[in-house]
Design a protein around this ligand. Structure first.
Ligand SMILES: Nc1ncnc2c1ncn2[C@@H]1O[C@H](COP(=O)(O)OP(=O)(O)OP(=O)(O)O)[C@@H](O)[C@H]1O
Ligand SMILES: Nc1ccn([C@@H]2O[C@H](COP(=O)(O)O)[C@@H](O)[C@H]2O)c(=O)n1
Length: 212
């Protein structure tokens, strides 16, 4: 029996990781997990209870109580949750509580997972690792367009500042910081549309898998 394939995709906020991961999962017939949703759902639970996402005890308690239903909520992608998710994600016991779920997700059939520490911590032995990035201005433009499409206009400068602050927090935290794994392939999509990025990523995945 062949071992299930794991594809790890990491990168900064709004780099297009999720868009790419979803398409790769469909193309390679693998289940897909957006691991950012786990941190978002923990943050949402803390906020709903009037807690402080930076409080380790409150956040660990909610990470340990997380259920699949929490991941299906429609209010996990607000700017408030963006910030709170990044805060709970810096707490070691929160990350520890979510680690098993992420690993077990790929047990049966393999998976494509996207996040910040998939290639470094969650699946250091992943078959393929991509680090997807784009310049801050390009990412801010994409996220701004996304917010406009949802009928919200926080302004380009505010979106850009929020992304920069979240990246800085994710890169400099002590627990599982955002960093390109040594063996991850870099994909800079600053000058690629989503189709171009997908074709480039699929080529990289095919090349790595063909090497065996
Ligand atoms: N190559 C691309 N060119 C233009 N727009 C893109 C590209 N890739 C993704 N997008 C768009 O940019 C926005 C952000 O993409 P996506 O949500 O996939 O990023 P992400 O890295 O998963 O973000 P987050 O870290 O916040 O979860 C979406 O609106 C998506 O449709
Ligand atoms: N593997 C991961 C995934 C996410 N995070 C943290 O969650 C925040 C929200 O993630 P999105 O991918 O939905 O933007 C993110 O800013 C990280 O702080 C993480 O630490 N590890």
């Amino acid at each position: 029996m062949t071992r299930p394939i794991v594809i790890a995709i990491d990168g900064p906020a709004a780099s297009g990781k999720g868009t790419l991961a979803r398409r790769l999962a469909a193309a390679f017939n693998l289940p897909y997990l957006d691991t950012g949703l786990l941190y978002r759902a923990v943050a949402r639970r803390v906020l709903d209870r009037g807690g402080d996402p930076a409080d380790p005890a409150a956040s660990e308690e909610q990470a340990r109580s997380l259920s699949r239903l929490d991941l299906e909520r429609g209010d996990l992608r607000t700017p408030e949750v963006d910030r709170a998710a990044s805060a709970v994600a810096s707490i070691k016991p929160v990350r520890a509580a979510l680690l098993d779920f992420q690993r077990r997700f790929a047990d049966a059939s393999g998976a494509v997972l996207d996040g910040r520490d998939i290639g470094t911590i969650v699946f250091p032995e992943a078959d393929v690792k991509l680090f997807v990035t784009a310049s801050l201005d390009v990412r801010a433009k994409r996220r701004h367009l996304e917010r406009l499409a949802h009928g919200i206009d926080p302004g380009f400068d505010s979106v850009r500042a929020e992304l920069a602050a979240r990246d800085e927090a994710d890169r400099t935290r002590a627990a599982a910081p955002l960093v390109q794994a040594k063996d991850a392939l870099l994909l800079d999509t600053s000058h690629m549309d989503a189709n171009h990025a997908f074709t480039a990523a699929a080529d990289l995945v095919n090349k790595v898998l063909a090497r065996g």
